[in-house]
Design a binder for this molecule. Structure first.
Ligand code: AMP
Length: 207
């Protein structure tokens, strides 16, 4: 099963992806996570990606498409994958479809997690993540509620960059909702419900 999670930054794609991989035996492919790990490791890819990420701009298609193609070949992705934060442009969507087709696979669902932009800005500016396990929480979590790890704020979760990320989303990524609707695989969920309610709705669609 291959699922594309669509939605603005902060819509809750990462949280739902974590729940999905726990419930189904499929790989989590988050281009944001891969890019952040490369930035942290100081690899050539990370050095190239950092300036785009710091500004809330998209990393060039050629770079992220290459990353996802490689990631899809990994063993844990054989049984399927949750694509979280990819595709973000029409070119990426086309590349994903061709790559999956070449592998004899396809996208089962494109799930759009819908959240009002005003809610998004508040969520992103208050978002905090666990340094140890990656748990996605908020400013009220003094330490990680799952593992006790230290919480931190992403560099790009500041008001100025958040606004740009939302503009970029509207311009480049939101049109993919129509793209997948046209392909007959779009489902939409209300992302303003609690994470567990959103997940229950997603599960009822998948099952
Ligand atoms: P995310 O964690 O998905 O919010 O991604 C963080 C940042 O990584 C984005 O603002 C982009 O700069 C970059 N990024 C992640 N995924 C992509 C993608 N599919 N295409 C281009 N840039 C991406």
């Amino acid at each position: 099963m291959n699922i594309v999670l669509l939605g603005a930054p902060g819509a809750g794609k990462g949280t739902q992806a974590e729940k999905l991989i726990e419930a189904y035996d499929i790989a989590h492919i988050s281009t944001g996570d891969i890019l952040r790990a490369s930035v942290k490791a100081g690899t050539p890819l990370g050095l190239e990606a950092k300036s785009y990420m710091d500004a809330g701009e998209l990393v060039p298609d050629s770079v992220v498409i290459g990353l996802v193609k490689e990631r899809l070949q990994e063993e844990d992705a054989e049984g399927g994958s949750i694509l979280d934060g990819f595709p973000r442009t029409a070119a990426q969507a086309e590349a994903l479809s061709s790559e999956l087709e070449a592998m004899g696979r396809g996208i089962d669902f494109a799930i759009a997690v819908n959240v009002d932009p005003e809610v998004i800005v508040g969520r992103l500016c208050n978002r905090r993540l666990c340094k140890v396990c990656g748990y996605i929480g908020n400013v009220d979590d003094a330490v990680c509620p799952l593992c006790g790890g230290e919480m931190f704020q992403r560099d790009d979760d500041n008001p100025e960059v958040v606004r740009n990320r939302l503009d970029v989303y509207e311009k480049s990524t939101a049109p993919l909702i129509d793209y997948y609707r046209g392909a007959g695989i779009l489902v939409e969920v209300n992302g303003e419900l609690s994470p567990n309610e959103v997940f229950a709705n997603i599960q009822s669609i998948i099952n």
